[in-house]
Design a protein around this ligand. Structure first.
Ligand SMILES: NC(=O)c1ccc[n+]([C@@H]2O[C@H](COP(=O)([O-])OP(=O)(O)OC[C@H]3O[C@@H](n4cnc5c(N)ncnc54)[C@H](OP(=O)(O)O)[C@@H]3O)[C@@H](O)[C@H]2O)c1
Length: 309
């Protein structure tokens, strides 16, 4: 088996690399199918230290050549423009990365008989329904990020119909900028922080998601096209950003007060969904939902990363 992880220097890409290299995640060993897997990692810039090759997913000819050359079984696409406000400011770049790039990968994969797992987001949904949203919920993105990610999903599933699309939300991992690290830093620097208290979602440990993605792929190899299309995979349970921050401080042993503020008071440039709760229904109804409760996965992250004060 030979896999490619694109966007490998991002949060999820790094976590997938760690999990594939060690053969285990915090949840447990990875699916036996990946025991002797060979994998390549690419990002927009190469890096000798982490053996990352350069592959810009927006360059169609480079993508075609790379995928043709390496005889891959799977490509896991973690490359994306993920800065929600940044996408609003540069819609053209967001479109290139979140729609054109995945389309290039899908076309090249389809031509070579390589299967594609593409990662997407809760932002493709409107985010105003308080009920957990399953895979068949009608998408209605309100941001440039969400619109371009939805276009990416649609291009991938049209151009390479056997592709698997995994939507996640509120992701944090050991590399990159994320809410847990931001709160960890602020909790050490300040006695009080202001955090939005009216947005609901499910924090997702990237290590758990990496493990679950490999489970979905192993099952997809068994059942073929029956695994194609959209999957939801987020940590189980629901919280708000302010409660998430309080849990981080509690687990890290920091005495920092959290003052809740409304989304309106916070005033981010791009609208944020009030309800980002995904229902991992397809996982539950097929291979089982291995995603841990969000607070258990967070505790494991705090311990693994040595974040306890
Ligand atoms: N983060 C979240 O909370 C969240 C929530 C829901 C869904 N998701 C989805 O999960 C996936 C992974 O997210 P993440 O948080 O791991 O993202 P991330 O940390 O922003 O990583 C994305 C990676 O893609 C790279 N990249 C940018 N342009 C590229 C190009 N043209 N070609 C190849 N690589 C390129 C980035 O490199 P540079 O850093 O050098 O630009 C970065 O290493 C994305 O599909 C995202 O939409 C994320």
């Amino acid at each position: 088996m030979r896999l490619l992880v694109t966007g490998a220097k991002g949060q999820l890409g790094e976590e997938l690399t760690r999990v594939l290299k060690s053969g285990r995640a915090d949840i447990g060993p990875v699916n036996a199918r990946w025991a002797d897997v060979e994998f390549l990692r690419t990002d927009v810039v190469s890096d000798d230290a982490s053996e990352t090759l350069a592959l810009d997913i927006t360059e169609a000819a480079d993508v075609d050549a790379f995928i043709a050359e390496h005889a891959l079984d799977w490509v896991i696409n973690c490359a994306a423009a993920t800065n929600v406000d940044g996408c609003e400011a540069d819609a053209e770049l967001a479109h290139r990365l979140n729609a054109d790039g995945p389309a290039n990968l899908a076309r090249a994969c389809e031509a070579m008989g390589t299967r594609l797992l593409h990662v997407s987001t809760d932002y493709v949904l409107a985010g105003d329904d308080p009920l957990p949203q399953a895979e068949d919920a009608v998408p209605h993105p309100k941001t440039v990020y969400g619109k371009t990610k939805l276009e990416g999903e649609r291009l991938v599933t049209t151009l390479a119909p056997s592709s698997v699309v995994v939507r996640t939300a509120w992701l944090y991992g050991s590399r990159g900028k994320n809410f847990v690290y931001t709160m960890s830093r602020l909790g050490r620097e300040r006695g009080r922080v202001r955090v939005v208290d009216d947005q609901h979602g499910s924090p997702t440990n990237a290590n758990d998601l990496a493990w679950e993605i490999l489970e979905i792929m192993a099952w997809a190899d068994e059942v073929g096209d029956a695994a194609a299309g959209i999957w939801h995979a987020t940590g189980s349970g629901t919280t708000t950003w302010d409660a998430f921050a309080r849990k981080i401080f509690e687990l890290e042993g920091l005495s920092c007060e959290v003052e809740g503020v409304s989304t309106e008071e916070w005033g981010a440039p791009a609208p944020r969904p009030a309800w980002s709760v995904l229902d991992n229904r397809r996982l539950r109804e097929t291979i089982g939902d291995g995603m841990r409760p969000w607070d258990v996965a967070l505790e494991s992250f705090v311990v693994e990363e040595g974040l306890r004060a």
